[in-house]
Design a protein around this ligand. Sequence first.
Ligand SMILES: [Zn+2]
Length: 258
Amino acid sequence: MRRRSLLSKTGALLAGGMAMSVAGSGRESLDPSYRILPDTKYETGVFVREGTSDGPTAMVVGGIHGDEQCGYRAASEIAGWQVGRGKLVVLPKANRVAIRRDRREGAHGDLNRQFPTGEKPETRLARAIWGVVERHNPDVVLDLHRSVGIYGYHESSVGQMIWPTDAGNASEYAKRTAEELNGNVVPWYMPFHEYRRGGELDGSRPMLVHKVAGDLDRPGYIVETTEFFLDADTRVQWEKAVATDLLSRHGIEQRGNR
Ligand SMILES: [Zn+2]
């Protein structure tokens, strides 16, 4: 039986040569819809997924901090979605320089301190990223991050938090998504790892999602998943689960789901 299933598997793989090479080499091989800052060290892809019918536009960003793998790995998986309705815009690896270095900061410091409300973003990369926001005019923006510890327990850690903007239903949705994760994803024996809603982001700090609140007055979220006692793959799964649930509350679902 084993031999037979192995053979049929091989046959399927050979028959689907193109599909296999895509699956085999990972999401990286998916072509982006376009690239920002082409032919520079910051060059990075934007993936635009249009549904078959009209609907809201959502934007997902990962890799603002280059050492936060779960954010850009989750975003890279979401970049491969097909959506039923609406439009999904994904910038999975916002700061390629920082990601290559596996450091929080890129060439010009902390990218998530370069988005002041009411002003132009401070660096070329930040301006290009905000340009993607302006180009697609999203109804909601998710920014995926990783924390070292747990908020309230470890100093200056923001793990297991979902920070909503002070716009629309973001605060209520962040609360419901946290409840959903805690009920169905985070095991009961890991109470420290329950997700919680953070205070509302209002544009008072120069972060991407703060600017979504301050300049656009739209729902947005910073999602923080901790590396404290969680292995890398679990972090990616949980981060993706949070993003999937938030996107669904805003009317964007992976085609074939639910
Ligand atoms: Zn971060």
